[in-house]
Design a protein around this ligand. Structure first.
Ligand code: ACO
Length: 376
């Protein structure tokens, strides 16, 4: 290899692209720190509203500040009729993430201040989309099952209202706790692919919505957020706990990647996955349906024995969301609807200390070719 080839970091592996005070991961410990707090400490103690405030304003809200912020989010949940119309008229076969991407893009195209890049206006957009994306996802889910969307209830907290819009009923406390913790666990994760995509778009001084749409496009992929839907499909394909080991071994011998396993940064375990494993177990007990958890446990063990590859955040989260009633193809949408908080924090940070993000490529093509004109 030439010196130049040695400098190429495929997938930008290990590259520090910018400074950030939002979050950091140490894959060896392993730990995830968000605005100074260890995710293990805050995952089950913060509400989604508190987590969002922490991400956007760098500090935890208390008292009236929290009440005002929660009320502001609740007041912004309704989505325009034009967006509802898009949700109900897009072809049924459309990928739910493509529909979410279109809905967010429409909200952006309808905002007369879309190209106002000031911090205050971008904060307003961040709070607005954080409030509205769950309404879009819940409406998508209901339309997909042939039901009418349920209007948001401003008297309910963010997570409770989300489940209420999904099922039309107030969730029981165990479901609510599991969902809220899942939303908090997914809200932010440092320089993952979708967050990086958001920052690349901001780097050109394009607008907030274009950046979020890029994030949605990136998180849709099966190597990123799309893995959550695929993990649940895999548990269904496996079918029963006794089939997990041969399933994993056959897949590995065929050089297949198994969804919900592996991570670029965490090699010793994903701290979010540990929390979600506990939640998946609790949900399985409370719903009296442990088959998915048992299949997942067996497959995890088989993967550990064969290749020592860890389950990532999506692995047990798939079971939590499935038990909560989200359809198989809607789970990535849920992930995007909470990651909007983290994306927003990064978008604001990038605008406030921007430099165009523009890496180089090592050219491996030819040179010196001559073009012969066809015009004689
Ligand atoms: N199944 C089987 N083997 C795997 C898996 C997997 N899920 N993940 C990694 N490996 C193996 C690779 O085959 C490779 O083995 P080798 O060295 O023998 O060739 C080794 O582990 C390293 O894997 P890479 O693909 O080089 O790791 P990379 O950091 O590029 O990719 C990724 C990380 C994309 C997450 C990968 O682990 C993967 O494809 N996982 C499945 C998809 C998934 O679950 N994505 C969600 C990630 S979390 C999130 O975004 C929310």
């Amino acid at each position: 290899m030439t010196t130049e080839q040695n400098q190429v970091k495929l997938g930008l592996d290990g590259i520090l692209a910018f400074e950030s005070s939002i979050a950091t991961i140490d894959g060896n410990i392993p730990e995830l720190i968000i605005r100074g707090y260890d995710i293990k400490e805050i995952a089950s103690s913060l509400s989604f509203e508190e987590m969002t405030y922490l991400l956007l304003y760098s500090t935890l809200p208390t008292g009236d500040v929290l009440n005002d912020f929660s009320k502001e989010l609740a007041s912004l949940r309704n989505i325009p009729s034009s967006v509802l119309q898009v949700l109900s008229t897009t072809p049924k076969e459309a990928h739910p993430m493509a529909v979410l991407r279109t809905a967010v893009s429409l909200i952006g195209a309808s905002d007369p201040s879309a190209d106002n890049l000031t911090n205050d206006d971008n904060l307003r957009k961040a709070i607005n989309l954080t409030a509205k994306m769950p309404t879009i996802v819940a409406a998508q889910s209901r339309i997909q099952s042939g039901k009418d969307p349920v209007s948001p209830n401003p008297a309910l907290g963010h997570s409770e209202n989300y489940l209420y819009m999904l099922t039309g009923e107030k969730p029981d406390p165990v479901d609510l706790k599991a969902f809220e913790t899942t939303l908090v666990l997914y809200a932010e994760h440092e320089t993952n692919a979708s967050t990086f995509a958001c920052r690349v778009v901001v780097g050109t001084l394009s607008d907030f919505y274009s950046s979020v749409v890029a994030g949605i496009g990136a998180i849709k992929g099966p190597l990123h957020g799309g893995a959550i839907d695929d993990a649940m499909r895999m548990f269904m394909d496996i079918g029963s706990p006794d089939k997990a080991k041969p399933y994993v071994e056959t897949a590995l011998s065929n050089k297949q990647k198994l969804s919900g396993f592996g991570h670029r940064v965490y090699r010793a375990g994903d701290p979010r996955a540990a929390e979600l494993k506990d939640l998946a177990r609790e949900m399985s007990t409370s719903h009296g349906d442990s088959q998915w958890y048992e299949i997942a446990q067996e497959a995890e063990q088989a993967m550990k024995n064969s290749k020592n590859i860890i389950p990532n955040v999506d692995y047990y989260a798939a079971i939590v969301l499935y038990q909560l009633g989200f359809q198989l193809n809607m789970m990535t949408n849920v992930v995007a609807s909470t990651r909007i908080a983290g994306w927003s924090a990064h978008i604001l940070e990038q605008y406030n200390n921007n430099r165009l993000i523009r890496p180089r490529a090592l050219y491996t093509g030819e040179r010196g070719k001559k073009h012969k004109s066809q015009n004689l």
